[in-house]
Design a binder for this molecule. Structure first.
Ligand SMILES: [Zn+2]
Length: 457
């Protein structure tokens, strides 16, 4: 049975989907005014892990991730560059999707744009006004009235005395204020040509209402899991709950899961500290996507992870251990059994326990150590080796840190093929020369009963 820590109840709970075998998962997506940073990718990798584990345990997951293509930041960027909002959003949406693919994050089933759902947002705001959960301010913005919703603050456990009744804040990202928040922001001069018509005049929606509108539009008013980074908990998710519950008078989301912060060299990432990285900075520094995945997944998603460029070596040698082991197994057989070794049971128990990847990894490495000993003593049977191959395959379906063929460049593959030609012509000297050539290019070639095997050195 899968168990997750639910931020709403602050407890680990058995996971039971609303509809048997199916999971509706909504995750907050990027604001497309710039490249996503590696802290964002920590969250996206956690969500990817959750999906992979749910899938491995037989669930059919339907995943929606919104694209925030209208807010203060996107509008400012478009105005600064004198470009259309759509053009700016498209540029960074494409960049985001490229990054997702390069990190082997499985894509969502749908990436709806906020600007394609303004109508649904207006509809919810109208309901909230009718039910007296929202009011129109003097400048024709609309605010949610938190004092009319007694459960406000339940997600982040805000004490009622900290709630400022009747004070409005239109900064969507402010973390300190517990005030009435903006559902609709009236048009201001600095917004330029970007606005939509509404019953309250020209303006644009607030950030929070977009997620309430899109999640309920696609999933219905009540669905299974909502995720995000811990920084989304307040005010964003608290406000989403308030809006949705008050508009629809139904439970909103059953399980709220949040991943912790990523620190860089023990500090919060910031441009001014010069420890702010986007994905291409990592690749420029020689990181592979698999190495970054390893560092993120070797910490529990609810613990802070401390990133530094130095951790590349640690990740590299950890991955190398698995690859060397895999290579020894392939010397025995490249068959994959339908059965898995017993160690999988403990590995799965850790994953079931709120996605405990550090302990699942520890279990996996322990199994590698023991199986290596069996190989040393020549007492690993063909069957056991085939089961071990199946475990590695299963392990990689969750962690995805073993790249097939080490992404062998075409030039190297050509040399391997040439050498195979020489070998079949029994031209041993030429074949040896090519092997030396490969070695000088950083690739160790070994002939095995299953054909030539390349390892990057
Ligand atoms: Zn959201």
């Amino acid at each position: 049975m899968l168990r997750f820590y639910n931020s709403l109840t602050q407890k680990k709970e058995d996971f039971k989907p609303i509809e048997k075998g199916k999971v509706k998962l909504y995750t907050c997506g990027p604001t497309v005014y710039d490249y996503s940073h590696i802290g964002n990718f920590r969250t996206f990798l956690f969500e990817d892990l959750l999906k992979r584990v749910l899938t491995a345990f037989g669930y059919e997951v339907y995943h929606i991730m919104n694209i925030t293509d209208v807010d203060d930041k996107t509008i400012k960027k478009a105005n600064d560059e004198n470009k259309d909002l759509k053009e700016v959003a498209l540029r960074y949406t494409e960049a985001f999707k490229n990054d997702i693919r390069s990190l082997k994050i499985n894509e969502a089933d749908l990436y709806p744009n906020a600007t394609d759902h303004i109508e649904e947002m207006v509809k919810i705001i109208k309901i909230l006004i009718e039910k007296d959960f929202a009011y129109v301010s003097e400048d024709n913005s609309v605010f949610f009235k938190i004092s009319n919703y007694p459960d406000y603050g339940n997600l982040v456990k805000i004490s009622k005395s900290n709630i400022n009744d009747n004070q409005q804040v239109s900064d969507e990202y402010g973390l300190d204020n517990v005030n009435d928040f903006a559902l609709w922001k009236s048009h201001k001069e600095e917004d330029g040509k970007f606005y939509w018509d509404s019953p309250w005049g020209k303006g644009r929606p607030g950030w929070h209402i977009e997620c309430s509108a899109m999640s309920t539009h696609y999933f219905g008013n009540h669905f299974d899991i909502h995720c995000g980074g811990v920084d989304n908990k307040f005010p964003h998710h608290e406000n989403e709950i308030a809006q949705s519950v008050c508009a629809f008078n139904e439970p909103f989301v059953n399980y709220w899961l949040h991943s912790e912060f990523l620190l860089v060299e023990d500090q919060k990432m910031s441009k001014s500290l010069k420890n702010y990285y986007i994905l291409s900075d990592l690749f420029d520094n020689g990181f592979s996507p698999e190495e970054f995945r390893f560092i993120m997944l070797s910490s529990h998603y609810r613990s802070r992870v401390n990133f530094s460029m130095d951790r590349k070596d640690e990740a590299r040698s950890a991955i190398k251990r698995i690859k060397e082991f895999e290579s020894r197994l392939l010397d025995i057989t490249n068959e994959k059994s339908n059965e898995l070794p017993k160690a999988v049971k403990l590995f799965n128990q850790h994953l079931c326990n709120d996605l405990d990847t550090p302990n699942a990894l520890a279990e996996f490495y322990n199994w590698i150590r023991l199986t290596n000993q069996q190989i040393d003593h020549k007492n690993l049977s063909l069957d056991e080796a085939a089961q071990a191959n199946a475990f590695i395959f299963y392990f990689n379906s969750i962690f995805d840190i073993l790249s097939p063929n080490d992404n062998v460049p075409e030039e190297i593959m050509r040399l391997v093929q040439m050498r195979e030609q020489h070998r079949s012509n029994k031209e041993w000297e030429k074949s040896d020369l090519l092997r030396d050539d490969l070695l000088s290019k950083g690739w160790l070639l070994k002939d095995t009963p299953n054909g030539p095997k390349l390892t990057k050195i």
